[in-house]
Design a protein around this ligand. Structure first.
Ligand code: FMN
Length: 247
């Protein structure tokens, strides 16, 4: 195991932070490392908004479903898929003839770009001794988040990310065994699904220990409930109104 893999394998989401600010130099390094992620056709269709102002963080914490650590963390990064800048750049050449031929595919390009950059940034932050937690909760009230942060058309906030010095060492959440996710030379449904059984046992043990016996639901049952719940159905109309995901 080398240092990079050791750092990846030590990941856990951090939800309690010290007051220590993230320095400007750290922020620049984290974002620059994020930017070196691969990007479809070099379009770099993402932006990131660094939020440090306490009142903004407070409002974002509320909009994310009262997640206190959004306010508590010294730095909250909002990762956006972004074709606004790309279109503005195109205007330099085509002026008013610039068009954006929206499609599900280009929506995916921007969203994947944002996620890859964010994960690179997360790895960079963790390698510097900082902790992170992704916050998909910002999509609970996505229109209000976009308005609060003045995010323009053709861009949308994909997720937030708390960044800061961890206040304490949190436990590590076990993952599915490699056999569940690794298929060789073609999809192997039997091995993949079978591997979940052992994981259920492991997760029940993990939850019992972590919650002093209060929680013990197997992972597959949690997933059954998750799959059956319609999730953030307002997001589609919001994206369409921004000029995204129309076809
Ligand atoms: C896109 C995304 C959105 C997430 N949103 C939230 C969130 O809103 N609140 C939260 O506490 N954790 C959030 N998480 C963290 C996950 O719950 C966490 O990564 C997962 O349970 C695995 O735990 P670990 O990161 O500690 O290994 C999110 C993670 C991802 C990748």
């Amino acid at each position: 195991m080398n240092d990079t893999i050791a750092s990846l394998m030590a990941h856990r989401s951090v939800r309690a932070f010290r007051d220590t600010p993230v320095t400007e130099e750290q922020l620049q390094t984290i974002v620059a490392a994020g930017q070196m992620a691969s990007t479809s056709s070099n379009v770099q269709a993402y932006s990131v908004i660094a939020v440090t102002e306490p009142s903004l963080k407070r409002q974002l914490a509320v909009l994310s479903g009262d997640q206190a650590y959004v306010e508590q963390c010294p730095l909250f990064l909002v990762w956006c898929a972004d074709f606004y800048r790309t279109c503005r750049a195109s205007e330099m050449y085509l002026g008013e003839e610039t068009t954006y031929e929206d499609s599900t595919e280009s929506f995916m390009v921007a969203t994947i770009d944002a996620a890859l950059a964010a994960q690179n940034a997360a790895v960079a932050a963790e390698s510097m001794g900082l902790g992170i937690c992704y916050i998909g909760g910002i999509r609970n009230r996505i229109a209000e988040v976009a308005e609060l942060l003045r995010i323009p058309e053709l861009a949308y906030p994909v997720f937030g990310m708390c960044v800061g010095v961890p206040a304490r060492q949190s436990g590590q959440r076990p993952r599915l065994p490699v056999e569940a996710v690794l298929h060789r030379n073609g999809y192997d449904p039997e091995t993949s699904v079978e591997a979940v059984k052992g994981y259920d046992v492991k997760m029940v043990r993990y939850l019992r220990e972590r919650t002093e016996g209060r929680k013990s639901t197997p992972w597959s049952k949690i997933m059954a409930e998750w799959l059956a719940r319609p999730n953030r159905l307002h997001v589609r109309a919001f994206l369409e109104a921004r000029g995204l995901l129309r076809r």
